[in-house]
Design a binder for this molecule. Structure first.
Ligand code: FE2
Length: 374
């Protein structure tokens, strides 16, 4: 096993001790999975892949599997008040329940994670149908969120055992894969959860942002980006910071009633094309003040994308010494001000858009003000 050093602390960390491969899927627990899946198909261009519910013998929940590029979303709703998704939705509203990770060996990953301090949720077990078996286990992370570990045992089906094929073609918008997934945790808990990812998953600290990087007059947050050594799985963790008024992270924590996933960043190959389609489909984005684009050439230098097009679409640009990135953030996609999406295109830059935080926060604060939450 290779040993590397944590970028921030210099401490030795084990490279990939759980033998993670990639994000297998993200499961949302929602109030109405049928309608949510329609939204993700029509607005984001996902295709429906598979389904599980009454028709497959599942009596207490229904799930729709959506796919675009390498992204797999599962939208699950409770069919009975006893199913745990019912209480989850009552407390949190719609949100991410499971960031499921594909691993070499789910048994090994689970036992190693627990040995390294993780709290178990489900012991390793087989999921089986006519197409064969997959191995599955899960552990807790922040809030009521879990990480499943999934490994294949030569399963030939479309998604996971228990789901039936239910194809509905969407019109793709160019989304390729999950770039990163951000968790919001309570004030004072960020370092603890960053430490958890280091201790349990062998992740290292990739970048840290403090409240000087990301604060406006009112709204501040702090963030640590934790990543596996291959930079395939990147989990930034935010906590609220003290400001004159309520941090956007605190607004989330109050609305979600605890820690949870704040946003899912979806990587695309051509942000102008993807964002054009998403606009046409009715996806609502945050907008920064127009003056942002006056200052852009001085901040990021010459880029091939026309500034006028970026301005019309509301796409943001940031640069580091390796290149630049294009990014844009949706408004929350449910009624509580909780989960939203980021669309990101990377042209060499491996950062997270630090140079855009201030402009964005002005826009976020305007939204918070309108909600009476500032
Ligand atoms: Fe992000």
């Amino acid at each position: 096993m290779t040993v590397t050093q944590d970028a921030a602390t210099g401490a030795a960390v084990n490279q990939n001790p759980l033998r993670l491969k990639r994000i297998h899927h993200v499961e949302f627990w929602v109030g109405n999975a049928k309608q949510a899946s329609f939204y993700y198909r029509k607005a984001f261009g996902f295709s429906q892949l598979a389904y599980r519910g009454l028709e497959t013998g599942m009596r207490d929940a229904a799930s729709y599997v959506l796919s675009q590029g390498k992204v797999r979303f599962v939208l699950t709703t409770a069919l009975t008040p006893e199913h745990p998704a019912a209480d989850h939705v009552k407390l949190h509203g719609d949100g991410v329940r499971d960031i499921a990770l594909e691993v070499e060996d789910a048994d090994f990953a689970f036992h190693e994670a627990v040995r390294r301090g993780a709290t178990p949720v489900e012991e390793p077990h087989d999921l089986t149908d006519a197409g064969g078996s997959m191995r599955h286990a899960s552990i807790r992370t922040y809030g009521d969120t879990i990480h499943s570990f999934i490994s294949s045992k030569g399963y030939s089906g479309e998604f996971l055992p228990g789901f039936m094929p239910a194809p509905i073609a969407g019109t793709p918008t160019g989304i390729v894969m999950v770039d990163h997934m951000v968790g919001n945790v309570e004030l004072g808990r960020m370092n603890q959860w960053a430490g958890w990812y280091q201790k349990v998953m062998g992740f290292s600290r990739y970048i840290t942002f403090d409240d000087k990087d990301i604060s406006t007059e009112y709204s501040a947050l702090m963030s640590i980006v934790m990543s596996d050594d291959n930079k395939v799985v990147k989990f930034p963790i935010n906590e609220p910071a003290e400001g004159k008024k309520k941090s956007q992270i605190q607004e989330y924590i109050e609305a979600y009633r605890g820690a949870g996933v704040q946003h899912v960043a979806l990587l695309c190959g051509d942000a102008i094309e993807t964002v054009t389609k998403l606009h046409e489909n009715g996806v609502e984005f945050l907008r920064v003040p127009d003056s942002y684009y006056d200052e852009l050439p001085a901040r990021v230098g010459q880029i091939p994308e026309p500034i006028e097009t970026l301005k019309r679409l509301g796409i943001l640009v940031d640069r580091d010494d390796e290149g630049y990135l294009l990014q844009i953030f949706t408004k929350p996609v449910e009624d509580r001000p909780t989960v939203f999406y980021e669309i990101i295109q990377r042209k060499g830059c491996r950062g997270f858009g630090k140079g855009n935080f201030k402009a964005l926060f002005v826009s976020i604060e305007q939204e918070q003000e309108r909600r009476g939450n500032l």
